[in-house]
Ligand binder design. Structure first.
Ligand SMILES: Cc1cc2nc3c(=O)[nH]c(=O)nc-3n(C[C@H](O)[C@H](O)[C@H](O)COP(=O)(O)OP(=O)(O)OC[C@H]3O[C@@H](n4cnc5c(N)ncnc54)[C@H](O)[C@@H]3O)c2cc1C
Ligand SMILES: Cc1ncc(C[n+]2csc(CCOP(=O)(O)OP(=O)(O)O)c2C)c(N)n1
Length: 583
């Protein structure tokens, strides 16, 4: 199929232009849907078929849109999500009714928790059959309401174009998120004449520009502070505000810590003197100490998640707090804020930048340098031949020049990736933070690989996480996608094992993994499989993996009982870290 000429929304996403109200001959609902998708600039769809969505699949047969068939609807959803995170465009997923839609819900919840723009189109039984326990009927709008930014059942073909336009607009503007359009089969086949629809969302007006008085107050407070810290989250990535953020940090001479979802907002190599790396439960000791000692915390597009704050009552106890966020409901939700600024991070930082003054803050940077020297991310070297998981990440960083897009599953490997890879550009780290969805890594890597061809995409995965969606190797193989999977195989659900070791008296209930040979699994799916058991073989194996043109699974047998440190135990304050063998 031909790829349609570039007409996609730019990154960062911009509000859609109003549709020209051009009268058209009568078209089926499915055809109307296709025409709106084309006007919205959709170039790629992920999905899986079924009876209730067949009319829509039929118009996609010869449509100028690339279609990628997953092996499960959950995978298709994560692919659309990975595509969206890697490109800044809205991801699109199309699946059938009933089990197709319910399989998709985990992916919707994953995207919802991390504010990722997606449009999901689900087939539904015919309008007359709704409520009759019809074959493959599920109340998809009911099921997905808590995990979508907006969802709607289309009741008539005349409404369809408007609803679809609104779906893309709502998904990409304000605080982004997944939107679901539930499309009964009869609506897909009925015809309507008329235009491609105009939006009608009078109550939906996300604020872009921040209040100028609040911005001035914030800038004055920052200029007056002795020990400021920029606490930067996923909102900076989705706003496309990384350049402004870096200017702010450099101009004001302010250290920057990033959440798991904010990694890459600052180049940790080029701006190493300003970078405090990740904060929080498994963040760096120097970031956590800095937050606790700061007199001014500037949160930009970050939502004070409990993995970040630790015990709320003792979080940043000496700091006044500025919070820049596009979603007013995020302000003072978990932590009371002194100076809120509601608006798009890029716009607010642009307005604030001219007001920011340079200050040397020698004592503050001196203290931070001492913490960095005393408590770097580190691990004890392995016994001869054996492989430390952290070492694998360091080697991946070295051999890719820290230039690959990284996706992850959920668990220890995800935390080691965050700690030991060096993050250099926005949209480089693609991981499920809020929901923490095991199985996210491979399908998200497929989506990223399709969205950003030419850049290496590596899924750093756990054995448990990988097994949840490894069926999508068939998708990678079918389309010849050069996705690389590196499994840090500890033969455990490592993160669960760590908690059982530390908090449940080593009673390892249902956390041991009895695994297949992942290299053989890969081969069976038509991918390359590599098995690594000796640290001396690691560099060659990584080089072989990176050089291979197609999908590769590299199964690295790492030390099984390694723990992630630092660690702030639940209920502890951010500075009360367990350092393991680090300190
Ligand atoms: C096993 C595990 C361990 C974890 N440990 C840690 C940890 O140690 N440290 C850590 O940081 N995280 C950790 N996480 C992730 C954590 O659970 C949260 O997902 C993460 O901290 C949230 O990041 P964020 O604050 O950047 O929020 P996001 O979920 O990215 O929220 C973005 C915020 O920005 C706002 N926003 C969106 N768009 C814009 C815009 N255009 N302009 C302005 N604002 C905007 C939104 O309204 C929202 O408030 C862990 C996750 C797992 C699974
Ligand atoms: C779908 C899902 N089920 C359960 C969990 C709870 N959980 C979090 S981490 C983890 C273990 C992950 O094991 P693995 O993928 O092997 O990674 P490791 O911690 O060993 O690196 C589990 C079960 C989850 N996050 N997601």
């Amino acid at each position: 199929m031909a790829t349609r000429p570039q007409a996609a929304p730019s990154s960062p996403p911009q509000p859609a232009e109003p549709a020209p109200a051009v009268a058209q001959p009568a078209r089926t609902g499915a055809r109307l849907l296709l025409d709106v998708l084309l006007e919205e600039g959709v170039e790629v769809i992920f999905g899986f078929s079924g009876g209730a969505i067949l009319p829509t699949f039929d118009v996609l047969y010869d449509a100028p849109i690339r279609f990628f068939m997953s092996r499960c609807e959950q995978g298709a959803g994560h692919m659309a999500d990975g595509y969206a995170r890697a490109t800044g465009k809205v991801g699109t997923v199309v699946v059938t009714s009933g089990p197709g839609a319910t399989n998709l819900t985990t992916a919707l919840a994953t995207a919802y928790m991390d504010s990722i723009p997606m449009v999901a189109i689900t087939g539904q039984v015919a309008t007359a059959a709704i409520g009759n326990d019809a074959f493959q009927e599920a109340d998809v709008v009911g099921v997905t309401r808590p995990v979508t930014k907006h969802n709607v059942l289309v009741k008539s073909v005349e409404d369809l174009p408007r609803i679809l336009r609104e779906a893309y607009h709502v998904a990409r503007t304000g605080r982004p998120g997944p939107v679901l359009v539930d499309l009964p089969k009869d609506v897909q086949v009925k015809t309507a004449s008329g235009s491609n629809g105009e939006m009608n969302l009078p109550g939906y007006r996300p604020r872009v520009k921040g209040n100028s008085r609040q911005i001035r107050l914030a800038a004055e407070a920052i200029n007056a502070s002795e020990r400021p810290v920029l606490y930067v989250g996923g909102g900076v990535i989705s706003a496309g505000a990384s350049a402004e953020l870096r200017q702010m940090a450099r101009k004001g001479h302010i250290p920057v810590t990033t959440t798991l979802l904010g990694m890459g907002a600052i180049d940790e190599v080029e701006d190493a003197d300003l970078a405090l790396n990740m904060l929080g439960m498994h963040g760096s000791a120097y970031a956590n100490f800095a937050v606790q000692a700061s007199d001014m915390l500037i949160a930009v597009g970050a939502r004070f998640d409990d993995r970040v704050t630790g015990k709320l009552e003792t979080f940043a106890p000496q700091a006044r707090i500025i919070h820049i966020d596009v979603d007013p409901s995020s302000i003072s939700k978990n932590v009371d804020v002194d100076i809120p600024v509601v608006g798009d991070a890029r716009s607010v930082l642009q307005d604030m930048l001219p007001l920011i003054e340079y200050r040397e803050r020698a004592a503050w940077f001196g203290q931070i340098a001492r913490w960095k020297a005393q408590y770097p991310f580190q691990y004890q070297q392995a016994a001869e031949g054996t492989i430390k998981p952290q070492h694998v990440i360091c080697e991946l960083g070295r051999l890719t020049g820290n230039d690959a897009i990284i996706t992850t599953g959920v668990g220890q490997h995800q935390m080691w990736a965050a700690q030991f890879y060096r993050w250099r550009f926005p949209r480089q780290m693609i991981t499920s933070g809020g929901l923490g969805t095991m199985g996210y890594g491979l399908p998200a890597a497929i989506g990223a690989c399709i969205g950003v061809p030419g850049r290496p995409v590596i899924d750093i995965d756990g054995d448990g996480s990988f097994l949840m969606t490894c069926n999508e190797l068939a998708t990678a193989a079918e389309y010849g996608l050069p996705v690389k999977v590196v499994i840090l195989n500890n033969h455990w659900q490592g993160m669960v094992r760590q908690w059982q070791e530390l908090f449940f008296g080593r009673r390892y209930m249902a956390s041991r993994m009895v695994n297949p040979s992942f290299a053989k699994v890969a081969e069976a799916f038509g991918c390359t499989g590599i098995d690594v058991r000796d640290v001396r073989d690691l560099p060659d194996a990584i080089a072989r993996m990176l050089a291979a043109p197609g999908p590769v699974v590299m199964d690295v047998h790492v030390e099984p009982e390694e723990n992630v440190y630092p660690m702030v135990a639940v209920g502890k304050s951010l500075h009360e870290m367990e350092m393991g063998g680090m300190a």
